[in-house]
Ligand binder design. Structure first.
Ligand code: TUI
Length: 310
């Protein structure tokens, strides 16, 4: 499956694992890279030295290329941005902001830069700044999200830039992947499906909540203070949305979510923790290995794209 994205990344398949907070550590990233996709370590809110440790451990687990997601809202983003240079990471995925201030440093270090964008405007700014590709992430995604859907955002970004586009948001099987290619994408970023993989070091309760989710079981908290986050509905989101509707201040809401993602991912508290996941959770019925996921998606996509209609 050769596209400009496989050429750029040096991978067998144009399937990139999302750099998800608390989930995308070395075990998951190495498993996806070993399966022929691109594994990505999620810097999230971790300090630079924690990310350095994950990068080094990932290297021990795979000879294949892998990337690092730099979450720009993190207070540690400047440290993580420097650590990826010091550690000789091959590809970086900045997200949740405008990475303009780091692009020259990364490019000078020979790092491929693929920002996550949620709008055509930012995609164009990023292309001008000299990045190698963009991830166009639709609002179907889990975690921090933009407004546009994948179906509308991807073709508009494809038309607006010459660099290759990776589609994200709502893609969990070969059908979604083929659809993304039909919209002009040359790769896909997959998050939720990999959370529910054998290799993800995530509490079984979290994986089960994804496997049991139905089509409309996700909800969005935080719209009132400009940081919308998609996750599966539970006691925490109900309480949060109630307080939001009462117009409570950001500090009070923040208190409710502090450490809530870690509580769900590590302790398995899927009632009062944050279970970030995308709308496609309802399509995921089994916990498979990363190899089964990557190969299954690629095979199904290839069959669909080669389909004869008469
Ligand atoms: O970053 C993500 N998804 C995330 S980050 C995260 S960690 C977190 N934890 C608690 C609260 C909030 C976040 C969980 N999920 N995806 C990439 C992404 N980037 N989605 C949307 C954007 C985005 C949105 C607006 C990127 C740029 C942007 O505008 C930047 C600008 O300044 O114009």
């Amino acid at each position: 499956m050769k596209t400009r994205i496989t050429e750029l990344l040096g991978t067998e398949y144009p399937i990139i694992q999302g750099g998800m907070a608390w989930v995308a550590e070395q075990h998951l990233a190495a498993a996806v890279s070993n399966a022929g996709g691109l594994g990505v370590i999620g810097g999230a809110n971790a300090p630079g030295e924690v990310v350095r440790d994950m990068i080094r451990k990932c290297r021990e687990m795979t000879d294949k290329p892998f990337g690092v997601n730099v979450m720009l809202m993190s207070p540690y983003a400047p440290d993580v941005a420097r650590v990826v240079v010091e550690e000789g990471v091959k590809v970086v995925f900045p997200g949740a902001g405008n990475p303009g201030q780091y692009i020259d440093m990364w490019k000078q270090a020979g790092i491929k830069v693929i920002p996550v964008v949620a709008s055509v405007a930012l995609a164009k700014i990023m292309e001008k700044a000299g990045v190698d590709a963009v991830v166009a992430e639709g609002t179907e995604s889990g975690g921090h999200i933009g407004e546009a859907t994948t179906m509308t955002l991807v073709p508009q970004v494809v038309d607006a830039v010459k660099i290759p586009v990776i589609a994200a948001g709502g893609i969990a099987d070969g059908r979604g992947m083929a659809a993304a290619f039909m919209l002009g994408a040359e790769g896909v970023q997959v998050g939720t499906r990999f959370v529910a993989s054998k290799e993800a070091v995530v509490h079984e309760n979290y994986k089960e909540k994804i496997v049991n989710a139905k089509d409309i079981d996700s909800t969005v908290t935080g719209r009132s203070h400009g940081h919308p986050v998609r996750g599966l509905r539970n006691q925490m989101t109900r309480e949060y949305l109630k307080l939001e509707s009462e117009g409570r201040p950001f500090e009070e809401l923040e208190h409710l979510t502090l450490g809530a993602l870690r509580r769900a991912v590590q302790d398995g508290d899927v009632k009062n923790g944050t279970v970030m996941a995308g709308q496609i959770a309802g399509l995921i019925h089994d916990i498979e290995s990363c190899e089964e996921i990557v190969h299954g998606m690629a095979d199904e996509c290839e069959k669909l794209l080669n389909k004869k209609w008469s």
